[in-house]
Design a protein around this ligand. Structure first.
Ligand code: IPM
Ligand code: MN
Length: 365
């Protein structure tokens, strides 16, 4: 198959990990006889420095005309320490999500058995956890009206949901539940928020069209607690933009590390794939970032946007094998990991590629 992929490395470790993701895509193309054409585009801090815009029009144009997008991260400490700066890297990410209609953010939380010891949660609680989050991505307090009043002494961000926004993400969650354990947990704060009451009401109604799927509702505070108390009690979770942002960072501990979590953003047209970790400036430039979240994002890209199931499965297997052989990046190493098995970003990418080649040779033989 011939496909066009736009790579947006962005800021911080985004550049380091997407380089590995791209390397993996090139390997898949050659092993499975596909033609992947790559184009690069800018976003975030670098884009602001070069053009004054967090997401230049040229980048957006490229993205609208490709088959899939591989994205790294945005963010820079300069802005974190100065809230008065008006043009901010994160605006590029939000604009991209909105303009491309990427309303559904899938965040699979799957624990590789080998990493049971890497989490701060007890292994017996974690074992067998497998959750698929549907985070709504283009609504909520992220996109509601915001501003200042009283000469800047009062600030507000409007938490707002429209019915159609809840309906379409709910459908996605129920449809996915049908291919899994047939259970959906919808998370809101309906005991306090009107937008959550609309959310709950709408999810209940959509749920009637899926009588074979069990639907339960949880308040976000309780869900945050249950997630680490009994992660196995969740299968498909559907929630709003802000709650989903927070809960999936928490849930990353179930997978051992933020460095292991990939995500897919889909909606009206092209799909975008990215690690859930951010730009991580504390480790930028050291070459030690875990590239597996980016590589797992590549697996989602192959599967969801290109329908390349076999390629995606081989890739996951290659990651699994690499971990089974004991290789780790620093974030997923533990006391028992021998020093020589702790790899840097590029070495980890290379190990996965090596496994991928080996696996495809075995299949061909
Ligand atoms: C994420 C990130 C973004 C978000 C930031 C960088 C704007 O935390 O993708 O989860 O809040 O959505
Ligand atoms: Mn986040």
């Amino acid at each position: 198959m011939r496909k066009r992929i736009v790579v947006l490395p962005g800021d911080g470790i985004g550049k380091e990990v997407t380089a590995e993701g791209k390397k993996v895509l090139e390997t898949i193309a050659s092993l499975f006889d596909h033609q992947f054409e790559f184009d690069e585009a800018t976003i975030g801090h670098d884009a602001i420095e070069a053009t004054g815009q967090a997401l230049p029009d040229e980048s957006l144009e490229k993205m609208k005309n490709c088959d899939a997008i591989l994205f790294g991260a945005v963010g820079h400490p300069k802005y974190d320490n100065d809230p008065t700066l008006k043009v901010r890297p994160e605006q590029g990410l939000l604009k991209m999500r909105k303009e491309l209609g990427l309303y559904a953010n899938l965040r699979p939380i799957k624990l590789f058995d080998e990493l049971l010891g890497a989490s701060s949660i007890k292994p017996e609680i974690l074992k067998g956890s497998d959750i698929l989050f549907f985070r709504e991505l283009t609504g909520d307090v992220y996109f509601g009206e915001k501003g200042r009043k009283d000469e800047g002494k009062t600030a507000f961000d409007l938490m707002i949901y429209h019915r159609y926004e809840v309906e379409r993400i709910a459908h996605k969650a129920f449809q996915a539940a049908r291919t899994r354990k047939k259970k959906v947990t919808s998370v809101d704060k309906a005991n306090v928020l009107e937008s959550s009451r609309l959310w709950r009401e709408t999810v209940q109604e959509i749920g009637k069209q899926y009588p074979d799927v069990q639907l339960e509702h949880q308040f976000v505070d309780a869900a945050a607690m249950k997630l680490i108390q009994n992660p196995r009690s969740f299968d498909v979770v559907v929630t709003g933009n802000l709650f989903g942002d927070i809960l999936t960072d928490e849930a990353s501990q179930i997978a051992g590390s933020m460095g292991m979590l990939a995500s897919a953003s889909v909606g009206d047209s092209v799909g975008l794939y990215e690690p859930i970790h951010g730009s991580a400036h504390d480790i930028t430039g050291k070459g030690i970032a875990n590239p597996l979240a980016s590589i797992l994002s590549v697996a989602l890209l192959l599967d969801i946007s290109f329908g390349m199931k076999e390629e995606a499965e081989s890739l996951i297997k290659a990651i699994d094998q690499t971990l089974k052989q004991g290789y780790r990046t620093g974030d997923i190493a533990d006391k028992t990991t021998p020093k020589e098995n702790i790899l840097n970003t590029q070495q980890m990418g290379d190990k996965v590629i090596q496994q991928l080649k080996k696996l495809t040779k075995e299949v061909a033989a």
